[in-house]
Design a protein around this ligand. Structure first.
Ligand SMILES: [Zn+2]
Length: 211
């Protein structure tokens, strides 16, 4: 766990497929950015924070970002599409017999219990969250990795939390959306370091070629 800006704490990604998690600590309340791959992953994250989050906002519905939501135990904020996916995920069979992926088997050995926290607050285009002394803009950006991808901009800290939005091909529209935020620090779902704007521009250029 590392404090990477005035209000933001970051837990870097790790094996088998644990993504970056952040918490934005405001004067009035604390917000988690993504929830992690399991209760135990999320517990490690929560134990390292100066304040406990009373809500989490999701970058998208992939399992490694949301399985830990129940451990946070606060309000779940999600894009409408993400919220729909959470309903489907709660109804799904997550046993080995149902053919779950290798990373899930490693993160949660059988017999596993998967509890999917459902969305309490949903948004379509975006949502502004005022934590007291720091504001977080959630904005839906979509893209090739997941149609429900949203990014979170932490104002004043000039930090953009990307989830996995840049993990697949990036088109002109997505590039414009991502670079429209005047951020200086970028946290990606599965990248082991915080990136600068120059580094993010280089990553986008690489991903543009995939398109
Ligand atoms: Zn993903």
């Amino acid at each position: 766990m590392e404090q990477i800006s005035e209000h933001v704490w970051w837990m870097p990604p790790g094996p088998p497929d644990r993504p970056s998690l952040c918490a934005v600590v405001g004067e009035r309340w604390t917000l988690a950015l993504d929830a992690g791959a399991s209760r135990s992953h999320t517990r490690e994250f929560l134990d390292g924070l100066p304040q406990q989050p009373s809500a989490v906002v999701y970058s998208h519905s992939h399992w490694d970002h949301v399985f830990g939501g129940v451990e946070i135990g606060g309000l779940v904020i999600a894009h409408t599409l993400t919220a729909q996916k959470l309903v489907e995920m709660a109804a799904r069979d997550w046993t080995d017999d149902a053919g779950v992926g290798e990373h899930i088997r490693e993160e949660l050995p059988a017999p596993r219990v998967v509890e999917i926290a459902q969305a309490d607050v949903t948004f379509d285009h975006g949502l502004l969250l005022d934590l007291g002394g720091v504001r977080v803009h959630a904005r839906h950006v979509g893209g090739a990795h997941a149609a429900d991808s949203s990014v979170m901009f932490v104002e004043r800290d000039d930090l953009l939390f990307l989830g996995d939005a840049l993990c697949d091909a990036v088109d002109e529209r997505l590039e414009r959306e991502i670079l429209s935020f005047e951020a200086q620090r970028y946290v990606e779902g599965h990248h082991p370091a915080v990136s600068t704007r120059v580094e993010i521009e280089a990553i986008i250029a690489e991903q543009r070629d995939l398109h």
